[in-house]
Design a binder for this molecule. Sequence first.
Ligand SMILES: Cc1cc2nc3c(=O)[nH]c(=O)nc-3n(C[C@H](O)[C@H](O)[C@H](O)COP(=O)(O)OP(=O)(O)OC[C@H]3O[C@@H](n4cnc5c(N)ncnc54)[C@H](O)[C@@H]3O)c2cc1C
Length: 373
Amino acid sequence: MNVATALTAYDFDEIDRISREDLAAMARTIDEERVYAEDIMRAYGKAGAYGTHLGGIDGDVDLSSAVMAMARASEECLSTGFCVWCQDTLAWYIASSDNGYLKSEILPKIVAGDSLGGTGMSNPMKAMGEIEKMRLQGERVAGGYKVKGMLPWVSNLLEDGYFGSMFHVEVEGADEPKRVMAIFHAAWDGIKIKLDHDFVAMGGTATVNVQCRDVFVPDEFILGDPAGEFIQRIRPGFTLLQCGMAAGIIKNCIDLMKQVEGPLGHINQYLDKQPADIEAEYNALVADVLEMCKTPYDLSDAFYLRVLKARLKGGELAMEAAHWAQLHMGARGYVSRGAAQRRLREAYFVGIVTPATKHLKMLISKLEAAQAA
Ligand SMILES: Cc1cc2nc3c(=O)[nH]c(=O)nc-3n(C[C@H](O)[C@H](O)[C@H](O)COP(=O)(O)OP(=O)(O)OC[C@H]3O[C@@H](n4cnc5c(N)ncnc54)[C@H](O)[C@@H]3O)c2cc1C
């Protein structure tokens, strides 16, 4: 069953209206004053933005509408576009699991935007890639796990929100700890969240440090135990959805360049990249992404490699498009109210959020080496 059809109809015209009227008017405040657009995040839920990609592993699944809604938000404001990704990804974890309790009790609230939340998977993904150590440690207790540790950043998270993450559990006699993935509720005993705004952009993302002190995670909240197979299941969709952020910011940068064609075209024509050049690459990327959106549970290495390459291209093109938007706009884009300088700061986030450019290059290089062997 598609949760969206059951709960909230997808209304792209309304998502477009919210983005054009409400979000565009707030984008500068969100950036400068680090305001989290909570009402807008909830309104997107009412417009069905978070519910179209949730048919589950045996269902009818297409990520296209989720990507397009996220792109529309990101076109105006990447902080909010990223929060849409956080919400979509939280829902994606639950819908992709075999956990009936989470699907019936928690997922509907996330789809409707009544509960907001995100994902603390950067550290686990880097730990699985042996880039850094796993930060959360768990211990089996009656009816669940007791978890401790700290996640430095989880976005779109309020005091009563949910997030997905992973912890290590030492297993007697085993060489390696077991990985367990679960949904956490920020209001549980032992969890403390603290806002972190110390960024050059993306301050409107409700990004918090999450401290876990002997937090009890009940069995009903487990997504994968051990998590290996579940991770294989969710990783193409997790990564592909992020292309929505890239698509939105690239499109806006192309529009910014076009806006100054009249007054500045006579001189901007000497710049190495023109809006049409970026647009051709953008169109090719979006076509590739939307095609892959139809099969997000393709678990083959070949498909994952294609997803990783599209995600890498999305980050690189976002940073490049923002660079050319700034040069085309000139001083108009460099003043504090100018969109180009904000887009430039935001675009680098697409290149550094997990999987970051360097992480993607490592994964691509390892997968290509395995295929060649
Ligand atoms: C605005 C924002 C929102 C984010 N939201 C989320 C989220 O919702 N969920 C999530 O899981 N992750 C989130 N992250 C983390 C993000 O996904 C990446 O993990 C992060 O940007 C670093 O990735 P990297 O691969 O470039 O690692 P690197 O930056 O190369 O390395 C990261 C390592 O450096 C350490 N480090 C970080 N800051 C400092 C510092 N100031 N001084 C010294 N060491 C430092 C970290 O502890 C970590 O071990 C967010 C990051 C930002 C900036």
